[in-house]
Design a binder for this molecule. Structure first.
Ligand code: NDP
Length: 333
């Protein structure tokens, strides 16, 4: 089985990724690293992890094959580069880094080292989004014309930390949620964004000049236009994803989430049809595919290049919000 080291004693690892790594019996967690030795020990005990360490060297020196990086965003770059240097496969949280230039460095280093590098864009693993992608690829809505993403949530109390207080840690809703929306649009549409125009706001939760709401308008290569709404401060909005084509519309509800829930409706001249889709845990599927990628069978569900794309798109959205102008998106791949 694949032996994993966790870089970061994080909430996302505790809530989803530890179970996902262990899910198919293909992965085990050999060690966890926290910057704080007491936290490392407590986290290891609570999650049944045999080794707790408080330095990157100690983690990378342990008997592991792969690392999962879920520290705050400013740390991903140096931790990923060190893990790659040590020859470990890397599954890194989004955003890959604070800038797309740094993300390109990570992905280039991984390529040179010949290790597997993935970005943890979980929504690609949602049955709902895969059903939408398949329906579009099969021509069921004709030519896709427009898309709308509703991904404004309420940031839970326990996560109201660095995301709303620390620009230097990569806080703000754009690096947190817009990256996911850009990636999910690319995945579902099978198309790439070329330009974005965005407004952001500080609606009362985030401080230090950080944005806690964003609305973006995207233009895709095919000519499709899309809108996305990301937020931390709306308790009652619900989430959704719609794609409207010449011959039909896909209308998904409650699908911009971490759980395999929600519904997808196909509406055409023939009426309405509820699409069925698999309800596998998103993160477990991501790990299943990552383990297969280590065996050489496939790519991770979201690659390093996908992570460069989503960060480039988010970066362009922030530039647009700051400049008041539409910004071109060029991942330089
Ligand atoms: P957390 O705030 O829970 O964890 C980030 C770091 O904060 C940890 O590495 C830890 O540092 C420190 N920390 C966590 N809890 C405590 C605590 N109680 N006291 C002191 N320090 C603490 O962040 P998230 O888990 O929400 O996010 C981590 C990363 O994962 C980010 O990059 C984020 O963007 C991404 N993410 C991705 C999701 C997805 O679905 N793909 C969902 C949620 C997050 P140390 O390790 O040094 O102890």
């Amino acid at each position: 089985s694949v032996r994993w080291g966790l870089i970061g004693a994080s909430t996302i690892a505790r809530q989803f990724m530890i179970n996902a790594i262990r899910a198919q019996g293909e992965g085990e967690i050999a060690a966890v690293m926290s910057s704080n030795p007491e936290r490392a020990t407590a986290y290891a005990r609570e999650n049944n992890i045999p080794l707790a360490v408080s330095t990157l060297d100690a983690l990378l020196g342990a008997d592991i094959d792969a690392v999962y990086i879920s520290t705050t965003n400013e740390l991903h770059l140096e931790q990923a580069l060190a893990a790659i240097e040590a020859g470990k496969h890397v599954l890194c949280e989004k955003p890959l880094a604070l800038t797309s230039a740094d993300a390109r460095r990570m992905v280039a280093a991984a390529k040179v080292a010949g290790i597997v590098f993935g970005t943890n864009h979980h929504l690609r693993n949602a049955g709902a989004h895969r059903a939408m992608r398949d329906a579009i690829a099969a021509g069921r809505i004709g030519k896709p014309i427009a898309a709308r993403v509703f991904h404004s949530v309420y940031l839970p109390d326990n996560l109201q930390g660095w995301r709303i207080t620390k620009p230097e840690a990569g806080g703000g809703v754009v690096l947190d949620i817009t990256v996911h929306d850009a990636d999910t649009l690319r995945f579902v549409l099978g198309d790439d964004p070329v330009e974005v125009s965005a407004f952001t706001q500080s609606a009362g939760m985030a401080g230090s000049g950080l944005e806690d709401g964003a609305m973006c308008i995207w233009r895709f290569k095919s000519g499709l236009i899309a809108q996305s709404h990301e937020g931390f401060t709306t308790k009652f909005a619900g989430t959704g994803f719609e794609v409207h084509g010449s011959e039909g519309s896909l209308i998904a509800s409650n699908v911009m989430t971490q759980k395999p829930v929600g519904s997808v409706l196909l509406r055409t001249a023939n009426g309405e049809e509820e699409l069925s889709f698999d309800r596998e845990d998103l993160y477990a599927r991501s790990l299943r595919q990552f383990h297969a990628a280590i065996r050489g069978d496939c790519q991770p569900s979201a690659t390093g290049e996908d992570g460069i794309w989503s960060l480039t798109a988010a970066e362009a959205a922030l530039q647009s919000a700051n400049s008041g102008k539409a910004v071109k998106i060029d991942p330089k791949l």
